[in-house]
Design a protein around this ligand. Sequence first.
Ligand code: PGA
Length: 254
Amino acid sequence: MRKQIAAANWKMNLNLQQADDLLNEIVSKNIQLSEDQQAVFAVPFPYLLLTKEKIKNSKNFFVAAQNCYTQESGAFTGEVSAAMLSSIGIEYVIIGHSERREYFSEDNQILAQKVDVCLKNNLKAIFCCGESLEIREKGSQNQFVENQLKETLFHLEASAISGFVIAYEPIWAIGTGKTATAEEAQEMHAYVRNVFAEKYGNDVAQSISILYGGSVKANNAKEIFGKPDVDGGLVGGASLNGNEFSEIIQSLKS
Ligand code: PGA
């Protein structure tokens, strides 16, 4: 089975004490993950090493950064490179979250560079895509998402795409309490998988983990994750609550 992943996206939340408490709470639950299941914690940069230390005895728990810069090093005050993240043992980086696209003007070309620099530094990208409400209301969400994937990922070799992680996050469902229905998620996930199948073949497409994001909670995770092409979720608000996120991890397909 391809990897089933519950990824917490803390965004710009929590102080050090709160981060410490939340990690302690989740780790103390001693959640046992199978070989194909993963829990990933995308925490703010100042908490990366703390998180790494806290989860070190939890099997299949990983740490993610929420962003990195396009360049390897140099005079880019305030930025963090993929090489730095790799050097401290981080496994994943979220690339292309809709908040980065919207507030920091990250377009498909910039994101393609970020994906490349991650791969070069042995970091796995969790690549986000997803349409706005306006696009969904026009019915052009499939073309829009397909274009995001093509412009950012289609220059990669099949070997790089194999086992890749995509997060489909409809913007209208992020932080709004409004989720796509499990059926809407499945429909888009199947579409996305097919976009990869056409370019890279079915075996590669079947190896890609496609996470759903947008108001995933403990009370809807099981239904959404249960759909055949939904391989877990990228979770914002609910990942800040230890009980909620623990239940979400335990809602992964096994
Ligand atoms: P949300 O955020 O779960 O709070 O909707 C998801 C995300 O932005 O990754």
